[in-house]
Design a protein around this ligand. Structure first.
Ligand SMILES: Cc1cc2nc3c(=O)[nH]c(=O)nc-3n(C[C@H](O)[C@H](O)[C@H](O)COP(=O)(O)OP(=O)(O)OC[C@H]3O[C@@H](n4cnc5c(N)ncnc54)[C@H](O)[C@@H]3O)c2cc1C
Length: 408
């Protein structure tokens, strides 16, 4: 149901991961008065703990062409609007068995059908490009994968949103959502110092990732979600410049991502009871090291830098580890549960954070009676460095969205 309201309605976003940060920018550009609440530091949820692979979509091409094409589109958009946070590395899908080499034909056809460039490189040539690759390489397929900085990309969105007047609340845990006559009326949050605050809002968007179900429950809503935990392990030394993936259907321990001076192997997948306090299991780390060595034999001999785990907020309910669930995003309107004006956006992946924000913001604007189209793909974002700088007084003009941002 559409609610006619003023030109610059107040919208609250719950969750300062990549999705919430991109939403803050999108909605600020459309003229909303945005407040973003994050219970910890910005990006302290799954966003700050993922692999940092900028998916070109190749990983998903065989199983879901639409998701693959969306990844390609969004990865190209992010390269345009946030080049400072991205490395243009490219990626190899590498076969080390006959079965994997045979799978390469299906893989290349699916990539091309999704519009993703994919081409064979003779094994010797692949090893000239990436000398650390195993001598057992049977087939190598180049695709336009990349990497991005898991923290800096969201911070660039926040720096942009702040220029347009968005108010940002880290260490602010939303504790209640107020309803009046079946509509969202506002919310309460608790600051780190224990002080409770309340404010009125015309619309609330739940971008709380793996916590989204418990946030929706504050208004009597449900978000069907399968929390799937994954472990990752980083070693010192950049063992490849390209993203190295296994030429096989998506599985565990099949991607190595270079991040600055580190190489990161991931991931695993298991059911998580809670997104909080998650640690990798010793057997997961042994498994990851074994798998990494199959692609880059020097991997396990490198000094270890870190190991961690995070939860994928997979949209939908499933038995087991959730491997069967699509990586698609889901937008849930809680009007039918008696909470009109509350939306939840979950699933997807970090590569498509801008598209997730666009989908949620479109729906919020329909509810609020705003007609502005999404423009978040039109401007180059400011540097993430700006997020750490105090805003000079009067440095933004909310009446002029996009001011001082370069169109691209
Ligand atoms: C192991 C692993 C590897 C991955 N690798 C990749 C990859 O290489 N490339 C890729 O594109 N994607 C990857 N993903 C997927 C990607 O990490 C997620 O899809 C994405 O980070 C989710 O972002 P989000 O903003 O929706 O959720 P989150 O980043 O989890 O943000 C939700 C936020 O909500 C906050 N919150 C919760 N409750 C409240 C409350 N009551 N009040 C205020 N704030 C609250 C949380 O603190 C959290 O910060 C990976 C995921 C995993 C688990």
């Amino acid at each position: 149901m559409t609610q006619a309201t003023q030109d610059n309605p107040a919208v609250a976003i719950i969750g300062g991961g990549g999705t919430g940060c991109a939403l803050a920018w999108d909605l600020a550009l459309r003229g909303c008065r945005v407040s973003l609440f994050e219970q910890g530091e910005f990006t302290s949820g799954t966003t700050g703990r993922h692999h940092g692979q900028l998916h070109c979509g190749a990983r998903y091409a065989v199983r879901d062409r639409r998701i693959a094409a969306e990844c390609l589109r969004e990865s190209l958009t992010l390269r345009r609007i946030a080049p400072e946070t991205i490395e243009y590395n490219g990626g190899f899908f590498v076969a080390v068995t006959d079965d994997e080499a045979a799978y390469g034909d299906v893989f290349i056809s699916a990539c091309l059908a999704a519009g993703i460039p994919a081409r064979d490189l003779p094994p010797l040539e692949a090893r000239r490009v990436e000398p650390g690759l195993t001598p057992s390489v049977r087939r190598a397929v180049w695709v336009p994968d990349g990497t991005f900085d898991t923290f800096r990309l969201p911070l660039s969105f926040l720096a942009a949103a702040r220029r347009l007047g968005a108010s940002l609340h880290p260490f602010a845990s939303v504790s209640a959502i107020d309803l009046r006559a079946g509509r969202v009326a506002g919310l309460s949050w608790r600051r780190a110092d224990g002080v409770e605050r309340r404010a009125a809002f015309d619309c609330v968007i739940n971008a709380a990732g793996a916590w989204a179900d418990s946030v929706a429950a504050l208004a009597g809503g449900r978000v069907p979600l399968t929390p799937a935990a994954g472990a990752m392990l980083a070693v010192r030394g950049r063992l490849s410049d390209l993203v190295i993936s296994r030429l096989a259907p998506p599985g565990d321990g099949d991607i190595i991502v270079p991040q600055r001076g580190l190489s990161i192997i991931g991931s695993t997948q298991r059911r998580a009871d809670s997104p909080d306090g998650l640690l990798p299991l010793p057997e997961e780390l042994d498994f990851l090291l074994r798998r990494a060595d199959e692609l880059l034999p020097a991997f396990s001999a490198q000094p270890r830098q870190a190991a961690w785990a995070a939860v994928r907020p997979l949209a939908g309910l499933a038995d087991g580890d959730g491997r069967a669930i699509s990586r698609d995003l889901a937008l849930i309107d809680h009007a039918a549960e008696g909470a009109a004006g509350l939306l939840s956006i979950v699933g997807g992946k970090a590569t498509v954070l801008r598209a997730m924000a666009e989908r949620a913001a479109d729906q919020a604007c329909r509810y609020l009676g705003l007609s502005g189209a999404c423009r978040s793909a039109n401007y180059r974002l400011p540097s993430w460095r700006e997020f750490y700088q105090p805003l000079p007084a009067g440095s933004f003009t909310p009446a002029e969205p996009g001011l001082e941002l370069a169109p691209c």
